[in-house]
Design a protein around this ligand. Structure first.
Ligand SMILES: *Cc1c(COP(=O)(O)O)cnc(C)c1O
Length: 416
């Protein structure tokens, strides 16, 4: 039996609790959606003000040099690199995850086509975040060279599909819906044994779990900065390429920011001899600059410690739902085994949508994903053990009082 007092004690002992003060969160809200839109680092307001009034307002175009706006994609990339097991010069921040997938997929397919022209299968998960599948479909259609997408159910399906002529595999390191967490190293091994290449989508894992892209011998990675990294709504995404592949190919969105000498204004494209070849055009500088506030907080913390606390909090959430709400039909779809669990907890429930709306009305912000999935993101830098206790108590009240049956919770907004 877990008690409220026990949760208060864990909070007292928590070495990461000081980081909560770095974030601006409204009172009376328990924010369990940092895996969808991270909370705002307090410092971001001051930084935004500086960029808008000083760098833009006063220094105007000089800021491309003076404030090094031009260098932001790689300067921030070098910082993010420290969180994902990459080296300096291997990561850029730019565009969106969706666009970055298009770039690295093009590169990966091109590299494979030169070595293994008969390989025409691109593998993704059925349960992938849909944009990944949409981009693969769009790419296949565009190049029109007989590629096919093959959708798998999960890790267990991989060996079976790898018996075919697979060129590239695209996987989410942590699944956005279930929270399933792939073992990067063993999956890479399995894929490389069959001469295929791997693209990791890190959207739900960067800032949530430790990883080492180089040591695990990954090929390509992309991911969001506005989720666990707290970069701000729509902040540009990360893109990493293994050094062995970097110069093998450039990507087809060959805009001037990726050119070897952009300011020569040359008539023809020549890719930069660096990760900058994965850039495309002018970036949203204000939004991009704010990413640094979140990353700097992560760089003061220890990813291993974050992971340990994340597992304690997700364990607590799962145990408390079992203890306090056993009769209400919540079906856990997140792996119980730590090895396969990311940093969010998901349940299936027939009235998931309505229950989430009722929770939000009580200040507990989680989210709903089709079909019937309630999703609770756990962000150890700004959540404590008592927060989890309180969230589950609110859930219990909503179920005991059938609050979710209120008809206003049936109305669906455009964004769920
Ligand atoms: C959030 C998310 C995306 C979103 O991509 P955007 O281009 O930022 O809209 C892509 N893939 C996964 C796995 C995600 O969780």
């Amino acid at each position: 039996m877990i008690t409220h007092e026990q949760c208060l004690y864990w909070d007292q002992e928590d070495e990461l609790k000081k980081f909560k003060d770095e974030f601006a969160l409204p009172n009376n809200v328990i924010y369990l959606d940092g895996n969808s839109l991270g909370a705002r680092p307090k410092k971001s307001l001051e930084v935004a003000q500086h960029i808008i009034s000083k760098e833009w307002g006063e220094d105007l175009i000089n800021s491309w040099n003076k404030a090094d706006w031009w260098g932001l994609p790689t300067r921030l990339g070098d910082k993010v690199a420290q969180l994902i097991g990459a080296e300096k010069g291997e990561v850029v921040i730019s565009d969106s995850t969706t666009l970055n997938l298009f770039k690295v997929l093009s590169a990966a397919v091109k590299i494979q086509a030169e070595k293994f022209p008969e390989r025409k299968v691109i593998v993704a998960e059925k349960d992938a975040f849909p944009t990944d599948i949409y981009i693969i479909e769009g790419f296949i259609d565009l190049i029109n060279q007989g590629y096919q997408v093959e959708l798998i159910d999960g890790a267990d399906d991989l060996s079976h599909v790898l018996a075919k002529d697979v060129a590239v595999v695209v996987l989410s390191h942590v699944n956005y819906r279930t929270g399933y967490f792939y073992d990067m190293e063993s999956i890479n091994q399995q894929i490389h044994d069959k001469d295929a290449l791997i693209i990791w989508d890190l959207c739900h894992s960067v800032g949530a779990v430790p990883m080492d892209l180089n040591q695990s011998n990954s090929d390509f990675a992309i991911g969001c900065t506005y989720k666990y990294l707290n970069g701000g709504p729509g902040s540009p995404a990360l893109l990493w390429v293994n050094r062995n592949h970097r110069d093998e190919f450039w990507q087809p969105l060959s805009g001037w920011w990726g050119h070897k000498k952009p300011f020569d204004m040359a008539q023809h494209y020549e890719p930069a001899n660096s990760i900058r070849r994965y850039l495309c055009g002018t970036q949203p500088i204000i939004s991009m600059s704010l990413i640094e506030c979140g990353i700097d907080i992560f760089l003061q913390a220890d990813m291993q410690q974050i992971r340990e606390k994340s597992l304690k909090l997700t364990d607590l959430f799962i145990q408390l739902v079992q203890q306090e709400c056993p009769q209400f039909g919540f079906e856990l779809i997140t792996p119980v085994n730590h090895k396969y669990r990311g940093s969010h907890v998901s349940y299936r429930h027939e009235f998931g949508y309505e229950i989430i709306q009722a929770l939000i009305a009580r200040g507990v912000i989680g989210d709903y994903r089709e079909p019937e999935v309630l999703r609770f993101g756990i962000t150890p830098l700004y959540l404590g053990f008592e927060d989890i206790w309180n969230a589950v108590q609110q859930l219990k009240q909503i179920m005991l009082n059938s609050e979710w049956k209120n008809e206003r919770y049936l109305v669906r907004s455009e964004v769920t």
